[in-house]
Write a protein that binds this ligand. Structure first.
Ligand SMILES: Nc1ncnc2c1ncn2[C@@H]1O[C@H](COP(=O)(O)OP(=O)(O)OP(=O)(O)O)[C@@H](O)[C@H]1O
Length: 487
């Protein structure tokens, strides 16, 4: 057998009868993964899809050796280099906020750090970083500060830094999360080149996107393990996965025309915003009417989050904002953030930043202030809140997670907790930054259910998203932000 012969050579990734069970203080939990069998040969990209909770993220951590002390592994998992020695595997995780090392200030340093920490010479680390930045189209970020990147920019910088390690196996958990369609296309082309150069790639996720259609094999992860997944609409639906290629989301409540007859709930005119000395918004205008969902689309770094945060008044002090923001006849631009939040409910890109209670139920019970006295009024308000919380947890599919710590939930569920909390404050307009990230089919339906509750009570929604098909199916109007203006 010659290792040079790809048909005979050991696969880069061998998974043979593998499984994993997490350990808690009370002992081993039932296995999340059991008896998995699969091989990824050099030169191939395989995509494993499954609903939230199927274990796709656990699979990524298992094959990259990140779970040793978290529980019990069974079976064999082996990564092999082309010459037959033990190979290297690296993983890009699914949390865009937690991707970066936190040890550098500038993007150029962040891109070189992993290679430098693995003993690669300074000159080689730099040339690899330059090549990766070039391949991913992020050379313009080279001199930027790491803290000043948008969500999508962070994701690409983290990936470029990992590429500097030249791993045999690249494992990517939901790499399309936070990326605009152009960047998703560019990344999947880059992964193909990586395979053509002899690497192997394993991508996991909950959605059929560019990474599934570009893969050599697509598999579904379900209760009975891994099985080949044909990318037909029926098979994808049966696997519980969201099909980002087709507009299959149920549309939410009231028709836009009904709401758009009256004055808008929110009117934004001539909004300018600069992050430090970098102009981002250059005179953006938009309206949100009662009963409508407005989707705000635009490339990574276009300024969608900047726009939402300008409305709420939560940009940094050194950032400059001007323009008028009118809600219910009030110019919000003159109000401090806590007063704006009576008009605008906020669900940011990183739901973790908005969670503080030890359980989901507590988070929702505390979402809006309750009267302190007299006692009977407070008791009545608590009973009413409990009813609302129960109803929202049912709509958000959170009943079983009521007593869990919000940080133990997956990213989409965490976001649903924050949306439910925002709904309890009954804001006229709900601002959702990337609500579609990381959702499977069931979780997309629950999102529409929550949005529908806001519309049914006469509110409006302004949501940023990179999911064009979701926007087509769910939004009553789509706006495009580019070069600081909205069209
Ligand atoms: N704290 C900050 N300081 C300075 N510049 C920033 C800061 N945060 C973001 N930026 C820059 O402002 C621009 C707009 O970023 P923003 O996060 O609003 O974009 P976005 O459209 O939401 O992007 P994405 O789709 O990737 O989330 C980008 O060039 C980004 O690098």
């Amino acid at each position: 057998m010659s290792p040079a012969d790809p048909a005979q050579a050991a696969p880069v990734l061998l998974v043979e009868g593998a499984g994993f069970a997490y350990r808690t203080a009370d002992g081993l939990l039932p296995p999340v993964l059991a008896d998995l069998r699969h091989r990824v040969p050099a030169g191939q990209m395989h995509t494993v899809l499954g609903p939230v909770g199927a274990g796709t993220s656990t699979l990524c951590r298992l094959v990259t050796g990140l779970l040793h002390d978290r529980g019990e592994t069974s079976g064999t998992i082996r990564v092999t280099a082309p010459r037959g020695d033990a190979g290297t595997a690296v993983m890009l995780g699914d949390d865009p906020e937690a991707q970066l090392t936190g040890m550098t200030t500038r993007v150029a340093d962040e891109l070189q750090l992993p290679a430098r920490l693995h003993g690669v010479s300074a000159a080689t680390a730099r040339s690899r970083a330059e090549a990766a930045a070039n391949d991913l189209g992020i050379t313009d970020l080279w001199d930027r500060r790491v803290t000043e990147l948008s969500g999508g920019q962070r994701q690409l910088v983290a990936l470029a830094a990992l590429l500097g390690l030249q791993p045999d196996l690249l494992v990517l958990d939901q790499p399309g999360l936070s990326l605009d369609p152009t960047m998703r296309g560019r990344l999947s082309a880059m992964l193909r080149d990586y395979c053509d150069a002899g690497g192997a790639v394993l991508v996991t996720g909950h959605q059929v996107d560019e990474f599934a259609t570009a893969a050599d094999q697509v598999l579904a992860l379900g209760p009975s393990g891994l099985a080949s997944l044909p990318l037909t609409a029926d098979a994808v639906r049966a696997a519980g996965v969201w099909d980002a290629r087709a507009a299959s989301a149920p549309a939410p409540g009231p028709t836009p025309t009904a709401g758009r007859r009256g004055a808008p709930l929110l009117a934004v005119r001539g909004l300018h915003a600069a992050r430090g000395d970098r102009p981002v918004l250059r005179g953006a205008d938009l309206d949100v009417h009662a009963g409508e969902v407005v989707a705000l689309m635009g490339p990574n770094g276009a300024g969608k989050s900047t726009l939402l945060r300008s409305l709420l008044g939560t940009l940094d002090r050194r950032d400059q904002v001007s323009g008028t923001i009118t809600a219910d006849g009030v110019d919000l631009a003159r109000l401090p953030t806590h007063e704006r939040s009576a008009h605008l409910g906020w669900v940011g890109q990183d739901p973790g930043a908005q969670l503080s209670a030890p359980t989901v139920r507590d988070e929702l019970m505390r979402a809006a202030p309750l009267p302190r006295r007299p006692r009977h009024v407070r008791d009545e308000a608590i009973r009413e809140r409990e009813k609302q919380v129960q109803q929202l947890m049912r709509a958000a599919g959170l009943v079983e997670a009521a007593d869990e710590h919000p940080f133990d939930l997956d990213a989409a569920q965490r976001k649903d907790v924050v949306i439910a909390a925002a709904l309890l404050r009954r804001p006229p307009v709900l601002l959702l930054d990337e609500p579609t990230l990381g959702r499977d089919a069931a979780s997309m339906s629950r999102l529409v259910g929550l949005i529908d509750m806001q519309l049914q009570r006469g509110g409006g929604v302004l949501a940023t998203t990179h999911d064009q098909h979701w926007a087509q199916a769910v939004a009553h109007r789509q706006l495009h932000l580019d070069s600081g203006r909205i069209s």
